[in-house]
Design a protein around this ligand. Structure first.
Ligand code: IMP
Length: 200
């Protein structure tokens, strides 16, 4: 059985990855299992940079293959902002609500047809030889003018994925994970890992 570490303490992310990898011969660990690991500052200017920084730190501390992710909301009318700064868009200690309020305020004068956006997740994986691999997942949609729904987190109440009448905050988590940026990035990682394990 191969051991992998997810460089995260987020229970939802750990569970989602565990479910995706369930039929592979993998023992999934997380940052929760290694008390000596510190919090990594996400100070890079790209999603790739932050994901790689987190994965590399845990790989160097443990010597085990590690994956980490970073996500941003990229709004077309804002030239891709808030992007890598999505978590602290309205300031260092901003809440999800602060960030959503700021987004709606910035887009207040933008017409419906110009409110296109995407969530983008980058998963960085460092394999047992220390080599890096990236997997990207994108979910396109649009930013509504008002919040709808109370599920999920972050910008979910104002993000309506393409092809849906509901926002992410109105979808069940299983439905969201099937089409979400993070779900898609993790699925790409799964496909790659399944192939890599077959060739071993
Ligand atoms: P993280 O890299 O997963 O921590 O995501 C960074 C930030 O992007 C979060 O703090 C949220 O504001 C936002 N975000 C990430 N994923 C989602 C999502 O699925 N829905 C809504 N917001 C998200």
């Amino acid at each position: 059985m191969k051991k992998l570490i997810l460089a995260s303490r987020n229970e939802h992310k750990i569970q989602e990855l565990r479910e995706t990898l369930a039929d592979l011969d993998i023992e999934l660990k997380s940052a929760l299992d290694f008390k000596e690991l510190q919090e990594v500052e996400e100070d890079k200017l790209t999603l790739e940079g932050n994901a790689l920084k987190k994965a590399r730190y845990v790989f160097e501390k443990t010597g085990l293959p590690t994956l980490a992710d970073d996500t941003g909301l990229e709004v077309d009318a804002l030239d891709g902002r808030p992007g890598v700064f999505s978590a602290r868009y309205a300031g260092e200690d901003a809440s999800y609500q602060d960030n959503t309020d700021k987004l709606l305020a910035e887009l207040a004068k933008v017409d419906n047809k110009d409110r296109l956006a995407q969530f983008r997740t980058v998963v960085a994986f460092i394999d047992e030889n220390g080599e890096k691999h990236f997997f990207e997942g994108i979910c396109r949609g649009k930013i509504l003018k008002e919040e709808r729904g109370d599920k999920g987190f972050g910008y979910d109440p104002v993000f309506q994925p393409e092809g849906y009448e509901e926002t992410f905050a109105q979808l069940d988590s299983e439905e969201k994970n099937n089409i979400s940026h993070r779900g898609r990035a993790i699925q790409k990682f799964y496909d790659w890992l399944q192939n890599a394990m077959r060739d071993e």
